[in-house]
Design a protein around this ligand. Structure first.
Ligand SMILES: NC(=O)c1ccc[n+]([C@@H]2O[C@H](COP(=O)([O-])OP(=O)(O)OC[C@H]3O[C@@H](n4cnc5c(N)ncnc54)[C@H](O)[C@@H]3O)[C@@H](O)[C@H]2O)c1
Length: 255
């Protein structure tokens, strides 16, 4: 494995599961010191131990805890070169606008969008001081496409992440800090598997839109994060980086 992150430090929020965990493994395998920031102590500690990194318990909706996550990282390892702001939720009570209450709306906005604001706000001064850094914020393909199977607050939150990342990418471009929005298509995570095992029709209705004919594996998303985080992506900033098996480009898909 190439060692693109030798001597570099990466913070991954939501790093104890799914896309975040796959990315922790990938960045560590390429030489990064990995800091897992997650609300879940048990899985977070296990993930950090597995990749020889550090676990910092943090609720990404809490400004003080987010500050402490990045400060602890810098105090422990001396820098923060990569911030993968990835923690997010998609609870079942977030559904059609007609049935989604204000509590569900606000909870999703806080965990998915306010968290990215807090993480970027906390990490940028460290990166400015260092004179370099790469921030990757997890949005989604639903930030660029509409779904009749709505999760209204989730979609709106990811649209916000996309717009915020673009603006930060532009604002900090001349300070050698890159900011990109990662837009994954549907990924084969335990949650998605469980949902579709219970309801195969629901899976089929979605799969028909995917030109490659399957959902992504978390490792395929992690590979894209590693690329965006590395110097290989040195001219890529303020982008909406779609890793979606062609969904957003498709009109008619293959049989
Ligand atoms: N799975 C998909 O199909 C898919 C597609 C597009 C985008 N995404 C996005 O990718 C990101 C990761 O998704 P995943 O499928 O790997 O999810 P996951 O549920 O497997 O992992 C999410 C992680 O975030 C942590 N987390 C939740 N709330 C938190 C909080 N308040 N503070 C700190 N940590 C918290 C959880 O403990 C968990 O470790 C999310 O932002 C999600 O919206 C997922």
């Amino acid at each position: 494995m190439v060692q693109r992150f030798e001597g570099r430090v990466a913070v991954i929020t939501g790093g104890s599961s799914g896309i975040g965990l796959a990315t922790a493994r990938r960045l560590a395998s390429e030489g990064a010191k990995v800091v897992i920031g997650d609300i879940s102590a048990e899985t977070g500690k296990a993930a950090a131990d597995e990749v020889g990194g550090l676990f910092v318990q943090a609720d990404v909706t809490d400004a003080d805890q987010v500050e402490a996550l990045f400060q602890t990282t810098v105090d422990t390892f001396g820098s923060v070169d990569v911030a993968f702001n990835n923690a997010g939720i998609s609870p079942p009570e977030d559904d059609s606008i007609l049935t989604t209450g204000i509590d569900a709306w606000e909870k999703v906005q806080k965990v998915n969008l306010t968290s990215v604001y807090l993480c970027c706000k906390a990490v940028l001064p460290h990166m400015q001081r260092q004179g370099k850094g790469s921030i990757i914020n997890t949005a989604s393909f639903v930030a660029v496409m509409g779904a009749a199977t709505s999760q209204i607050s989730y979609t709106a939150s990811k649209g916000g992440v996309l717009a915020m990342s673009r603006e930060l990418g532009v604002q900090f471009a001349r300070e050698n800090i890159r900011v990109n929005a990662l837009c994954p298509g549907p990924v084969n995570t335990p949650l998605l598997k469980e949902l579709f095992a219970k309801d195969p029709e629901r899976a089929a209705r979605r799969l028909v839109h995917v030109p490659v004919g399957r959902f992504a594996e978390p490792e395929e998303i992690a590979a894209a994060v590693a690329f965006l985080a590395s110097d290989d992506a040195s001219f890529i900033t303020a982008s909406q980086f779609l890793v979606d098996g062609g969904i957003s480009g498709a009109y008619v898909t293959p049989l």
